[in-house]
Design a binder for this molecule. Structure first.
Ligand code: BG6
Length: 476
């Protein structure tokens, strides 16, 4: 018997820039994803200054969903999806981001896609900003350094929330908004369109950019509810719980502070206010951020309806010598290997119980419905002699995570809306720009060099997940 509620949203998740391709079709503008080259497990993606001839930009074509969407949606329906999570590429709607009028061809593309999904009984779940803001806004305005971004984002959101008010019910504002708290180049650029210059303080800038994003998010939540009171609008967090390396109290405290430092953006979006420890931190560090009373009032009224989150792995941290008393600076928590867990080929800890832990942690802290909008295993897939990919390792990963998810619902009483495995159709990795880091239940014939027929084929995990959906998670 199923342990999950009726109407549970089984689905699959992708993001526009990682699978649509068609980077310059239908009037689309250049996005930040379009200036990121292919990297690898060991080599970071390069963020080029505009387009540089001869470089490999994997998101330009991706898996060309733009020209394959009718047949792909057919496959999604065959899988039995109840929902489909994607993002609306901002640059299809406002190619540069600062135009007055939207691009009708871009709006029509999503009308056609949503109509197709709905005709197959698949509910769209839409992220408004998933690592793909207009590159023009980076060059002209400095990305989310600039308060003007709030206006541009709200304008974009208003257009799509109004246009699709009767087609889309589930929305999220900023994908994995908390990635940037790690202060690395990739997180700051993909979240906020920020490349740090030598004279800038990355930490201060991150707090400023993230503040503007939370204000924009709150304005959009409020506006969305006015456009359609039925809308469910969530935040979207990257969740990777951090455990202490030992039972030593200072390690436990450090793990707790690492969690606080990773999830204050959820505090703001769910509780409508900054946590006290962070307000004190701002004061002590004399950041003098541009945070107005009006902003704080907006944050208080624009809280989200649910928490969407990704879950791939957990982390372990340990105190260092000379650990500061007041605050462990973001990025200063080098990860310690967890001896209890195995890692994926990309070194990500595989920790199904961590998903139950995460669900309980969010639920206790915010008392809001939750939605697992990303989870999955990035792996190298090889075809067997019969020409099929027998990805038992992926089935094993998904099964163990779904088991823990069901315990969280059934035993712990967590309110869970749905589960959408990430990259259920192979796509371009956001972190590495690779195609060969595959998450899919559907194989797409294309490799890291960009070579392939783009043909779609079902992996073994396709049939398995189809059965899981059909039994509402009873038959794993
Ligand atoms: C999340 C993102 O970071 O994890 C996705 O929301 C991303 O865009 C996914 O693709 C998996 O990460 P990666 O680096 O393996 O693609």
């Amino acid at each position: 018997m199923s342990k999950l509620p009726n109407g549970f949203l089984w689905g699959g998740a992708v993001a526009a820039h990682q699978f649509e391709g068609g980077w310059n079709k239908g009037g689309k503008g250049l996005s930040i994803a379009d200036v990121m080259t292919a990297g690898s497990n060991t080599q970071a993606r390069e963020i080029t200054d505009g387009l540089v001839p001869g470089k490999n930009y994997p998101n330009h074509e991706a898996i060309d969903f733009y020209d394959h969407f009718h047949e792909d949606v057919q496959l999604f329906a065959d899988l039995g999806l109840k929902c489909f999570r994607t993002s609306i590429a901002w640059t299809r709607i406002f190619p540069n981001g600062d135009e007055n009028e939207p691009n009708e061809a871009g709006l029509k593309f999503y009308d056609d896609l949503f109509d197709d999904l709905l005709a197959h009984g698949i509910e769209p779940v839409i992220t408004l900003s998933h690592f793909e803001m207009p590159y023009h806004l980076v060059k002209e305005y400095g990305g989310w350094r600039n308060r003007e971004m709030i206006r541009f984002f709200v304008k974009f959101a208003r257009v799509v929330l109004e246009r699709y008010r009767n087609k889309v019910k589930y929305w999220m504002t900023f994908n994995e908004i908390n990635n940037q708290t790690g202060l690395n180049e990739w997180g700051l650029f993909t979240n906020s369109g920020i490349k740090i210059t030598a004279d800038e303080d990355a930490e201060k800038l991150m707090y400023q950019a993230a503040h503007y994003e939370t204000v924009a998010s709150a304005l959009v939540v409020k506006m969305g509810h006015e456009i359609n009171p039925e809308f469910k609008i969530g935040c979207m967090m990257a969740m990777g719980p951090t455990y202490p390396a030992t039972p030593a109290p200072q390690d436990v405290m450090k793990a707790e502070r690492t969690m606080q430092a990773g999830y204050w953006l959820a505090d703001i979006q769910c509780k409508g206010k900054y946590p006290n420890w962070l307000k004190r931190y701002f004061e002590r560090h004399h950041f003098a951020l541009d945070i107005t009373e009006a902003d704080l009032n907006i944050l208080a009224v624009g809280t989200v309806d649910y928490i969407g989150f990704s879950y791939y792995a957990s982390h372990v941290t340990k105190t260092t010598d000379n650990e500061p008393d007041d605050y462990m600076t973001p990025g200063q928590n080098p990860e310690v290997k967890n001896p209890a867990l195995e890692r994926s080929d990309w070194g990500w800890e595989i920790d199904p119980v961590g998903l139950r832990y995460a669900l309980n942690w969010f639920s206790d802290r915010y008392d809001l419905p939750l939605f697992i909008v990303e989870n999955g295993l990035g792996a190298f897939d090889e075809k067997d002699a019969d020409g099929k990919i027998h990805d038992d390792y992926r089935i094993d990963y998904l099964r163990k995570h779904i088991e823990q998810m069901e315990l969280a619902v059934d035993v712990d009483g967590v309110q869970l809306m749905g589960y959408t495995p990430w990259g259920f159709i192979d796509l371009v990795s956001a972190g590495t720009g690779q195609m060969d880091k595959r998450y899919g239940l559907i194989y797409v014939d294309k490799n890291d060099a960009g070579v392939g027929t783009l043909k779609r084929e079902k992996k073994l995990s396709f049939d398995w997940f189809k059965k899981v959906i059909a039994t509402n998670g009873a038959d794993l």
